[in-house]
Design a protein around this ligand. Structure first.
Ligand code: MEV
Length: 305
C-alpha cells in the first residue's frame, strides 16, 4: 500500500480576482489529506462520503483522477482510501488536496513518472472538469507547498506567525460563488472590474511585505482585501462575525479565505494572542483551527500503509 498526502491552503490575497488573471498570494497550511492506494480486483473509493466504485457524483475528483491516470498506466482495479483533516467545501482547498494526493499516490503505485509540474497541471485539469472555471491556485499550492504568488508561480518567504482559521461550518459552492461574481461583473463591468484589479494590485504590493515579514503591512492590506470581497458579494453575516471577533481579540488581520459565502475566514495571529483569537472565533459561533504555513506540498508518507 502507498500513502501520499497533500496540504490545504489559505489565501492571504486574491481569491476571485485570480480567476480573471489577477495576482493572488496563497499559502499551504499544515492540514493535510491522506490518500492510501493499493492494487485491487475492482475500483473501490472509501471516504467519509461513503464507499463507491468509480462514481462521478459522490467521488468526482478521485474518479476523474483514476480516469485520467489510465492515460499513463494500465489501471484496472484499485482501492483508494481517503482521510482528511480538511473540512469539505470550506474554502481550504480540500478538493485540490485529495486530487493532488491521489495523483501522486497512483503515480508511485504504477510508476508513471509524473513530475510535480505534471501533477499540478493534471490536478488543475481535473478541477476544471469538476468545477468549471477553476484557477490553478489550489492545485499548484497543494502540489508545491509554501507561500506562492499566482499566476507568477513565485515562491515567497514562509510566514512566521501563527494562523487561525475560523470555519462557519456552512457549506459553500465555489462554482456558484464564482458564477455570482461573473454575473455581477457582467452587469457592472466598470465597477467590478476595477475592484478585481485592485485586489490583484494588493497582492503585487504585498509581495515585498511577505518576503520582509512585515506583518503589520500585510495585515492592513488583508483587511482592505476583506472589504473588497464583501463588495463583490461573497461575504456573509457569519463570516463577518468571525472576522470581527478575530480582529477584536487582537488578530493582525482577518479576512475570508477561498470562495466565501460560507466556509472559512483566516486570521494572522501573534504567539501571545493565538488562543484568545481562537476562543473569540468559537464564542462567535465558528470552529477555530490553529495552524501554520508549510513549505511541504504533496509528499510520499509511506510505501506500506
Ligand atoms: C476558491 O478557493 C478560490 C476562487 O478564487 C476560485 C478559484 O481560484 O478557482 C474563488
Amino acid at each position: 500500500m502507498i500513502t501520499c498526502s497533500a496540504p490545504g491552503k489559505v489565501y492571504l490575497f486574491g481569491e476571485h480576482a485570480v480567476v480573471y488573471g489577477e495576482s493572488a498570494i496563497c499559502c499551504a497550511v499544515e492540514l493535510r489529506t491522506k490518500v492510501h492506494v493499493q492494487k485491487n480486483k475492482d475500483v473501490v473509493i472509501e471516504s467519509t462520503l461513503g464507499t463507491t466504485g468509480l462514481d462521478f457524483e459522490i467521488h468526482p475528483y478521485v474518479s476523474h483522477v483514476i480516469k485520467k491516470m489510465r492515460q499513463f498506466a494500465d489501471i484496472e482495479g484499485v482501492k483508494i482510501q481517503i482521510e482528511s483533516e480538511l473540512p469539505v467545501g470550506s474554502g481550504l482547498g480540500s478538493s485540490a488536496a485529495v486530487t493532488v494526493a491521489s495523483i501522486q499516490a497512483l503515480n508511485h503505485l504504477y510508476g508513471c513518472g509524473l513530475s510535480l509540474e505534471d501533477i499540478a497541471k493534471t490536478g488543475h485539469e481535473i478541477e476544471k472538469i469538476v468545477q468549471g472555471n477553476a484557477s490553478q491556485t489550489d492545485t499548484y499550492v497543494s502540489t508545491m507547498g509554501g507561500v506562492v504568488m499566482i499566476p507568477q508561480r513565485k515562491k515567497l518567504q514562509l510566514l512566521k506567525c501563527p494562523i487561525v482559521i475560523g470555519n462557519t461550518n456552512k457549506f459553500s459552492s465555489t462554482k456558484e460563488l464564482v458564477g455570482n461574481v461573473a454575473k455581477l461583473r457582467s452587469e457592472f463591468p466598470s465597477v467590478i472590474g476595477p475592484i478585481l484589479s485592485n485586489i490583484g494590485q494588493m497582492s503585487m504590493i504585498a509581495e515585498d511585505f511577505v518576503n520582509e515579514g512585515d506583518y503589520r503591512m500585510i495585515g492592513m492590506l488583508m483587511n482592505v482585501n476583506q472589504g473588497l470581497l464583501d463588495a463583490i458579494g461573497v461575504g456573509s453575516a457569519e463570516l463577518s462575525s468571525l472576522v470581527y471577533a478575530a480582529r477584536g481579540s487582537g488578530a493582525i488581520s482577518a479576512k475570508i479565505t477561498g470562495a466565501g459565502g460560507g466556509g472559512c475566514m483566516v486570521a494572522l495571529a501573534e504567539d501571545n494572542n493565538t488562543l484568545a483569537i481562537a476562543r473569540a472565533i468559537e464564542d462567535a459561533g465558528g470552529e477555530a483551527i490553529i495552524t501554520k504555513n508549510t513549505q511541504e506540498g504533496v509528499r510520499l508518507e509511506s510505501l506500506d500503509g
